[in-house]
Design a protein. Structure first.
Length: 318
């Protein structure tokens, strides 16, 4: 039997007492003289089912506290608690869903729902269900370093299933050759219109850039147009204009669309024609400098064009 002692007993002369336990109230009984002393109502402590003062066992109805996995897996045994008793919420033994971690227990208190931590006490006034609360695990978005361009993500971390948007910015003269995303196991993740869905464990983004021939060719023509400079009625001006026109006409429509100075070329041709008219030359007149016997051959124009291309690539990869 369980009991407790008191320091001063006025009804009993015995100083050393071990008291027995009785029902309904704390009834302390002296083992020497059998004198009983009522102390007070029993206080039952939750799932212990005994009075916390004198150890008297509770004999009434019990309430059940059960546990809901709420999308997790596994089982947890329910617990019986005395009415009005205090119950400390236990550690979670459920297995979390993929991409989630345990965040506490959801409990109804005073008509509302709160999220309580492990170890927090709750008062049990009836059969109670507490549900596991799962929080997202944020996984990293790892963007690998690359050359001749850059890739950025709209977020550094994301939960599994959350969309991540990538922005690709090639260096001038380059274009994106490939863009791949892999999960933590190296498996490919689908990328649609520059976005992907975060997989379990995180994602790694890799990009490869290559020379864009459309931009390269368009830039060569833009350089040739820039080289025209001030239009004069000379062989030099005519040859520069002819070289730019020949190169421009050789471009595809997509490449021509990238030449922002095409109007400058047309303006230069118009200026040269006006200078020719002012000089009194016929429409089919020869080179402006034909009087000195100097003409630039078509081969020289081709050589000059290739020099421009070579110099462009040398400057590009410095």
């Amino acid at each position: 039997m369980k009991g407790h002692r008191t320091a001063v007993i006025s009804e009993c002369a015995h100083a050393d007492n071990t008291f027995l336990v009785s029902a309904d109230i704390h009834m302390q009984t002296c083992r020497y003289c059998a004198t009983g002393f009522p102390v007070g109502d029993h206080t039952f402590a939750g799932e212990d089912h005994v009075c916390s003062v004198c150890g008297y066992p509770y004999g009434g109805a019990l309430y059940t506290v059960s546990f809901d996995a709420n999308g997790g897996s596994g089982e947890m045994n329910s617990v019986t608690v005395t009415p009005g008793g205090s119950f400390a919420l236990p550690a979670c033994d459920f297995t979390a869903p993929a991409g989630k971690t345990f965040g506490g227990w959801s409990v109804e208190i005073d008509g509302g729902t709160v999220v309580a931590k492990v170890g927090d006490p709750i008062t049990v006034d009836g059969d109670t269900i507490v549900s596991a609360v799962w929080e997202d695990i944020l996984y990293p978005v790892n963007v690998e370093d690359t050359q001749y361009g850059a890739v950025t993500a709209d977020k550094e971390t994301a939960a599994m299933g959350e969309p991540v948007t990538l922005t690709v910015t090639p260096t001038q003269g380059f274009r994106l050759a490939s863009l791949t995303v892999t999960d933590e196991n190296g498996e490919a993740v689908e990328v649609v219109d520059g976005s992907f869905i975060m997989p379990l464990g995180g994602a790694t983004v890799s990009a490869v850039f290559e020379i864009d021939p459309d931009i390269v060719n368009a830039n060569v023509v833009k350089d040739l147009i820039d080289a025209i400079g001030t239009v004069e009625y000379t062989d030099e001006s005519k040859n520069k204009i002819d070289a730019a026109r020949t190169a421009y006409d050789a471009l595809t429509d997509a490449q021509k669309a990238l030449v922002t100075k095409a109007d400058d070329l047309t303006a230069a041709e118009t200026s040269l024609a006006a200078l020719k008219d002012a000089a009194g030359q016929p429409d089919d007149g020869g080179d402006p400098g034909a009087s000195n016997g100097r003409k630039t051959s078509l081969w020289q124009k081709i050589v000059d064009l290739f020099k421009k291309i070579i110099n462009f690539f040398r400057n590009l990869f410095k």
